[in-house]
Design a protein around this ligand. Structure first.
Ligand code: C5P
Length: 242
């Protein structure tokens, strides 16, 4: 088979041209990076798990009416998705204080937030994805106000759904990152959920033990990364029992 044309290689994924116009293949790598790629490593088997977990979550979100780029999983490491123009904003949804929020504001990790907090970061590796306000987004035209309303609405719906889903399998959804893309139809576009949702971009804590089941195991040198991702997949019913 002729090798497909590579469109882009990111830190954890490679994008290839898809079989039909308007489609893309997302290939999930085992590479892991943290702290804006200052720390690099490999988590053997991570790509396979993230492909499967993200497929599952995007499928469920699609079923509750959240528009997503996901079309279907192709194999262990690849999924077919709709081609979108990525909105250059990382949307971080937080339920519990952790990570950069705790560090920046001196709030103890694990503190339940009084309400869900949505943060926006400008997607720019060279700048370290800086935190920005909706004023910055409007001022520099990274997204329209209408798009930002849709994005915030979807982020809240996704959070409500995922909090319940994870609570049902004994996992506290602390925070997570989303990306959205524009799907063009002639002169019109609408924003849909893009990228992936996996333990790479979520904080997932065991509700009873507080054990971290996400990329913080890599970031904080805790070890057991692949076992943690496998545990998430297992609880979601995605691993053969036994
Ligand atoms: O580092 P910070 O506390 O801001 O991260 C918040 C959440 O967003 C975490 O779940 C983290 O995994 C995710 N995130 C991400 N990619 C980034 C920044 C944050 O997936 N570039």
């Amino acid at each position: 088979m002729a090798r497909r044309r590579q469109i882009y290689e990111g830190k954890a994924k490679i994008l290839y041209e898809g079989p039909e116009p308007g489609t893309i293949i997302q290939y999930f790598k085992d590479d892991a990076t943290a702290f804006n790629a200052q720390k690099k490593g490999t988590i053997s088997g991570k790509g396979v798990l993230n492909n499967r977990i993200s497929e599952h979550l995007f499928t469920l979100l699609g079923q509750i009416g959240v528009p997503t780029h996901f079309i279907r999983r192709l194999n262990m490491r690849e999924q077919l998705v709709r081609q979108v123009e990525i909105v250059p904003i990382e949307v971080v949804v937080r339920n519990v204080a952790a990570g950069s929020l705790s560090k920046k504001l001196g709030i103890e990790e694990g503190t339940q937030l009084p309400r869900t907090l949505i943060e926006y970061c400008y997607k720019d590796d060279a700048l370290g994805d800086p935190l920005v306000s909706e004023e910055h987004i409007a001022c520099f035209g990274w997204a329209t106000q209408e798009e930002m309303h849709e994005i915030a609405d979807m982020a809240i719906r996704i959070n409500d759904f995922m909090c319940g889903l994870f609570a049902g399998i004994g996992i506290r959804l602390v925070d997570f990152k989303l990306e959205f893309g524009r799907l063009w139809d002639g002169d019109y576009s609408r924003v849909i959920l893009a990228d992936e949702i996996s333990p790479d971009g979520c904080r997932l804590w065991d509700m009873n033990t507080g054990e971290k089941l996400d990329k913080d195991r890599f970031r904080r040198d805790l070890g057991g990364e692949v076992e943690a991702y496998q545990e998430v997949a297992r609880r979601l019913g995605l691993m053969p029992e036994g």
